[in-house]
Design a protein. Structure first.
Ligand SMILES: C[S@@+](CC[C@H](N)C(=O)[O-])C[C@H]1O[C@@H](n2cnc3c(N)ncnc32)[C@H](O)[C@@H]1O
Length: 259
């Protein structure tokens, strides 16, 4: 798996290559990352990568040419390395499709992607038309650059690679995973058993596996119904809620209505 990142700030990506799970997975050879700085392919004395917008208005727009050349460099390097040449070229943009776990899962079973980090007011549309295959957003807010979005995509994807997490089951017990019927995770507790008068819930101390699993399932159902009823509706539509789950929701008045 390989990520190529087009960015004016490659050093930001130390966050995933030097720290934590993603760095360890990198050392284990599970993935690699290459950064391409559009400034490096400019030919003018000022290494210009942006200019004022046609039509006027505030801010600057990233020039198409250095971005296109950077993608070409990334594609050539991928081809040389034997990685899939037709990797998707994903532009981080608030106008894009909202990034979610299923997209990380799809990426984790691919050979990776070329991620484009915009800055300023955004990028020249002619670059998008020429090179970009997908536009992904981190959510309904505006960041000052695409780097945080690219980091989120890399992190969410790499931790799903087999062997990335020390405990193989960790990723399949996370929120949104099929093992949880796509629902939210349950609360977690660790030592001490009582902290400032608050005790760990009794089922977790029972040593009884079925009881622990049921408690966790019910907490997942409760939290998901309260915070994300859409995920309960999706699980119901997918047929992944058991009769016992439905009874739990109905008894507590947590079952969302059909509309
Ligand atoms: C200041 S933003 C540009 C916002 C753009 N003018 C708009 O209103 O849609 C600069 C860059 O940050 C990145 N960015 C900002 N918000 C983002 C979000 N929610 N998701 C992904 N990328 C984002 C994009 O790469 C964008 O080109």
């Amino acid at each position: 798996m390989r990520f190529d990142i087009v960015t004016l700030f490659p050093e930001i990506f130390d966050a995933v290559t030097r720290h934590g799970v993603t760095a360890r997975a990198c050392q284990r050879g599970l993935w690699q990352m290459h950064a391409w700085n559009p400034r490096e392919v400019t030919t003018d004395a000022h290494r210009t990568v942006d200019d004022r917008p046609y039509g006027g208005g505030p801010g600057m727009v990233m020039l198409a040419d250095p971005l296109i050349k950077s993608v070409q460099r990334a594609r050539a390097a991928r081809a040389e390395a034997g990685a899939l040449q037709a990797a998707p070229v994903i532009l981080l943009s608030p106008t894009g499709r909202r990034f979610e776990q299923s997209m990380a899962r799809d990426l984790a079973s691919s050979e990776g992607a070329i991620l484009i980090c915009g800055r300023y007011e955004g990028v020249d549309q002619r670059f998008i038309d020429a090179c970009v295959t997908d536009e992904w957003s981190l959510g309904d807010f505006v960041l000052s650059g695409g780097e945080i979005g690219a980091l989120a995509i890399v992190d969410a994807t790499v931790r799903l690679l087999p062997g990335a997490l020390n405990h193989g089951q960790s990723a399949v017990q996370d929120s949104f995973d099929a093992a949880l019927s796509g629902m939210l995770d349950c609360p977690h507790y660790t030592r001490p058993e009582v902290y400032e008068g608050q005790a760990v819930p009794a089922p977790l101390l029972s040593g009884h596996h079925a009881q622990i699993a049921r408690w966790r399932r019910e907490q997942s159902l409760r939290i998901t119904a309260q915070r994300r009823p859409d995920l309960i509706a999706a699980a119901r539509a997918a047929g992944t809620l058991s009769a016992q789950d439905e009874r739990f929701l109905a008894e507590r008045g947590l079952a969302p209505t059909e509309d």
